[in-house]
Design a protein around this ligand. Structure first.
Ligand code: PMP
Length: 413
């Protein structure tokens, strides 16, 4: 007989417990409503996708090399794309050979493969607070002991890293324009953290999807470029081209890349050959050089619009980060406020965000939330921030006066 509920499947309930449900994906259901402006998702600006360049590239690949592009290919990725990535990393001060580059189906797969290869149940894994939810989810499946490292505006705190590093298996950091905090590691802090990591036996996993999305000046190098030998660098074409391509990379020491390739073989044999050839063709035609300046301009305008709206509409006691790149702003509400509790009221007023608690390992941070400015035009975005500001002002006032919230404010949808 078929089991009547999922929990009756042997082992599934236990496993499901480890699968932390994605707050972002659940929220996206709410935000599909036309009357809700989503500052939640962090999706790239869809109007900027280089559709025409990719169409031309796809035509050319299908005309000139259909037999290779539609065939199975190497697990590690096609050689010329690995060469392109290695050359691009070299320009950023990272010395990897093409053989040390593994092409993955998105960076998300890279994170999962790293979890598979490096984490045993109970392994201490250090993550900055707050951290990328998708990484926490990927690692959690392998049963690590996640340890949150507090960060300030300059990045993770060296004294906390020093205390947690002995015996740690891995440290997961985002050096530039992080998701969700929109923060970058300051150069002196980066030197200090790199020295600590280089002297430890932990693997550094450096995730850098947003480094190219700088608004004013190119960012400082990350930690691997500062000489952490036992480290891997993850990058992706999702944010500079299009996430639907699902093309990214992991670069690192050969011994680890070989293990990751073995794990990848079990997962999906290889990253889609056709997508890789189309991407390569588009890269050779200069799609990134043509598109990036405009993309930076779009995100800079939206970042400015969001920061201006926050300054205009947020009540006293709310603070936020001022990202110099990337897609996200991180808000801290006065202590005692709970961003998750306020979300249904925000959605009722037509604006959605991601509550910050889920991004934080360790101490709860219910008074935080993430806003994204990437996929909403400036005027709409400013109006949404104004509505959020009005809600927070009202909620604060109610809290300060101890009044019972009006029924309309409590209405959920
Ligand atoms: N790392 C970070 C920090 C991210 O924000 C994302 C996407 N939101 C990823 C990795 C995964 O990106 P992708 O799988 O599209 O390459």
């Amino acid at each position: 007989m078929m089991p009547s509920s999922r929990s009756q499947l042997p082992g599934l309930a236990q496993r499901a417990e480890r699968l932390r449900s994605s707050a972002i994906r659940e929220l996206l259901h709410l935000t599909e409503r036309a009357d809700v402006v989503s500052l939640a998702g962090g999706l790239p600006d869809a109007a900027s996708f280089p559709a025409e360049a990719l169409r031309e590239a796809a035509d050319r690949v299908l005309r000139e090399r259909p037999r290779v592009a539609l065939q199975y290919g190497p697990t590690e990725g096609i050689a010329p794309l690995r060469e392109w990535v290695a050359a691009s990393l070299r320009k950023q001060g990272m010395d990897f050979t093409p053989a040390q580059v593994l092409i993955t189906s998105g960076s998300q797969q890279g994170l999962d493969l790293l979890g598979k290869v490096l984490i045993d149940p109970g392994s201490p894994v250090l993550v900055e607070r707050p951290s990328y939810l998708g990484a926490l989810q990927a690692f959690a499946l392998y049963g690590p002991r996640l340890v949150g490292i507090e960060a300030d505006d300059d990045g993770p705190l060296p004294e906390q890293l020093a205390a947690a590093l002995p015996g740690a298996r891995m440290a997961y950091l985002q050096p530039r324009f992080s998701n969700p905090a929109g923060r970058s590691i300051a150069p002196r802090r980066a030197d200090a953290l790199a020295a600590q990591l280089a002297a430890s036996s932990a693997w550094l996993v450096e995730d850098d999807p947003y480094g190219e999305l700088w608004f004013d000046t190119p960012p400082e190098p990350g930690l691997i470029a500062r000489g952490v030998a036992q480290g891997v660098h993850l990058g992706t074409f999702s944010k500079v081209l299009a996430p639907g391509l699902r093309l990214a990379w992991v670069a690192g020491p050969q011994v680890l890349i070989d293990k990751l390739a073995q794990a990848k073989q079990a997962a999906d044999l290889q990253t889609a050959s056709f997508n890789q050839w189309v991407l390569l063709q588009a890269l050779q035609a200069g799609v990134i050089e043509h598109g990036l300046p405009q993309l930076r301009q779009i995100y800079r305008t939206r970042r400015d619009a969001m920061l201006q709206a926050l300054a205009n509409h947020m009540p006293a006691g709310v603070s936020w980060t001022r990202p110099a790149g990337g897609l996200f702003v991180w808000l801290t509400l006065p202590a005692g406020m709970d961003a998750a509790n306020l979300l249904p009221q925000a959605v009722a007023r037509g604006v959605a965000y991601v509550p910050g608690a889920t991004f934080n390992v360790g101490a709860a941070a219910p008074n935080t939330l993430r806003l994204s400015f990437s996929n909403v035009e400036a005027t709409i975005l400013q109006d949404a921030v104004a509505r959020l500001g009005a809600l927070l002002s009202q909620a604060l006032e109610l809290e300060q006066t101890g009044a019972t919230p009006a029924p309309s404010l409590l209405r959920t949808t």
